[in-house]
Design a protein around this ligand. Structure first.
Ligand SMILES: Cc1ncc(COP(=O)(O)O)c(C=O)c1O
Length: 457
């Protein structure tokens, strides 16, 4: 018998963790068990996941930002069905199909100053293209990037990763230069040294939810251009409406030379990314007939991916999701900021739209400060795990620690959430904070199991 999804799922529905342990990255099921996130999800709709026991979860992770339009959006499903039913002549390769043209036109219409599009199959690939395009266009080799940066894990994108943990053991990588986030003097020094092709930045960093200081990007772009270098904005996570603008760089009043998108453009179904750049950059990369395929990829621009992208943009417009991200994000930030006055573990609430970081810090209260110190000795950033865990196990809300060893919880819900989901999250978060705040809270029932797990790890 051929492929039969229903019978595969009914026969093997519980085998996922075992199969991963046997045939894939065995550390994944191990980690999920350790942190108590080992569930089998069966269905999903919008911002909700449902597990095999029929329990519903509020998804404030959105597949690391993939589900901007929510899960299983009917508009995207219908678009993909139409493509399958049309039996198109896809990926002929030696042709000029219309769907990539239409999606490229839609993307550049949302990105004044950027003229052309190169499609990819992932975020990392979009970054790879950006790095190569910047080098070719400027004839220089050096890419500057920031502490904490995350741009993917292929060899090129790993070379501009701001975390030692990701890089260790994979070298030698490309020559690189890391800068402190938002440090204009460091940027100036590196530009004076020469050979800089570009500065690559996430307008809000995914790891830790760090924002550049106000005005930094505009001044950085001025300096870069003065030295003949480019500004690349990696919008793989922040783009497609996440921050309440289609591109996050719009908040900063800059127009980068190159921008990348991916994740949410997929509508949550078909991997797709894009590298947008200025005309003159494309002219230098694809400068002659001989160089027509000098940067290309077999699957890029396939019909399902393009339809997913076009349908996603249509849904975003029809449902006003960019505006909703700003509105719902404001409601979440206001609610969290009010809690920061009541719970002294909350050191900072930051972000834009529906990309929010809640940073925890050493409380003013002496008893709570002592608990904080104990947790920090066990493992830096453990406090955030202590918040994420009860949010999941008791309130059934899926969130994440923003980066390893970082005391920041990150919220990245679908852009479709409304008042109900905002209220549900704030009520749950307040409950967890209240318990952490109470005498014995952090090192009592909340903390004990997490500490035991951390020590075991
Ligand atoms: C800003 C940014 N760039 C690039 C990437 C890499 O994308 P992908 O995982 O699709 O390769 C990510 C993924 O999280 C990202 O957040």
């Amino acid at each position: 018998m051929g492929f039969d999804l229903a019978s595969l799922l009914s026969q093997h529905g519980d085998d996922g963790a075992r199969l991963h342990a046997e045939h894939l990255n065995a550390q994944v099921p191990r980690l999920l068990r350790t942190v108590g996130f080992d569930r089998v999800y069966e269905r999903a709709d919008g911002a909700r996941l449902v597990d095999r026991e029929g329990r519903s979860y509020l998804d404030f992770l959105a597949g690391f930002g993939v589900f901007g339009v929510g899960r299983n959006h009917p508009g995207i499903r219908e678009a993909l069905r139409q493509v399958l039913d049309a039996a198109l002549a896809d990926m002929v390769q030696l042709d000029t199909p219309v769907l990539p043209g239409l999606l490229a036109r839609e993307l550049v219409a949302r990105a004044p100053g950027l003229d052309r599009v190169y499609f990819t199959n992932s975020g990392a690939e979009a970054v790879e293209a950006a790095l190569k395009f910047a080098r070719r266009a400027t004839g220089r080799g050096r890419i500057l990037y920031w502490d904490h940066a995350y741009h993917g894990l292929t060899a090129g994108s790993l070379s501009v990763n701001g975390s030692r943990d990701f890089r260790r053991g994979f070298g030698p990588l490309l020559p690189d230069t890391r800068l402190p986030v938002g440090d204009l003097a460091a940027l100036r020094r590196q530009l004076r040294r020469g050979g800089v092709a570009a500065l690559l930045v996430e307008p809000i960093q995914g790891k830790g939810v760090y924002l550049p200081p106000p005005g930094f990007l505009a001044e950085a772009q001025r300096l870069l251009h003065e030295h003949g270098a480019l500004l690349i904005c990696d919008e793989v996570q922040t783009g497609v409406g996440r921050t309440g603008r289609f591109f996050c760089y719009e908040h900063e009043g800059v127009r980068p030379d190159i921008a990348t998108v991916a994740k949410a453009l997929s509508g949550g179904f078909v991997p797709v990314g894009a590298t947008l750049a200025k005309q003159w950059i494309f002219d230098r990369v694809y400068s002659s007939l001989d160089r027509v395929f000098v940067h290309a990829s077999t699957f890029a621009g396939n019909a399902l991916a393009m339809a997913a992208g076009l349908a996603t943009l249509a849904v975003m417009d029809d449902e006003g999701l960019v505006e909703n991200a700003e509105r719902a994000g404001r409601a979440l930030m206001d609610g969290l900021a009010a809690m920061a006055d009541r719970y002294d573990f909350i050191a900072d609430v930051r972000g834009r739209g529906l990309m929010i970081g809640i940073e925890f810090g050493r409380p003013r209260n002496r008893r709570r400060a002592a608990s904080w110190d104990v947790l920090r000795i066990v493992r830096r950033g453990l406090f955030a795990q202590l918040i994420v865990q009860p949010l999941f196990s008791e309130h059934r809300i899926l969130t994440q620690v923003a980066a390893d060893r970082t005391p920041v919880v990150k919220l990245l819900p679908p852009l479709t959430i409304g008042d109900e989901e905002v209220a549900e999250f704030l009520t749950a978060f307040e409950d967890v904070m209240r318990r952490a705040h109470a005498p014995g809270g952090v090192l009592g029932d909340l903390g004990r199991s997490v500490i035991v797990q951390a020590v075991r790890r």
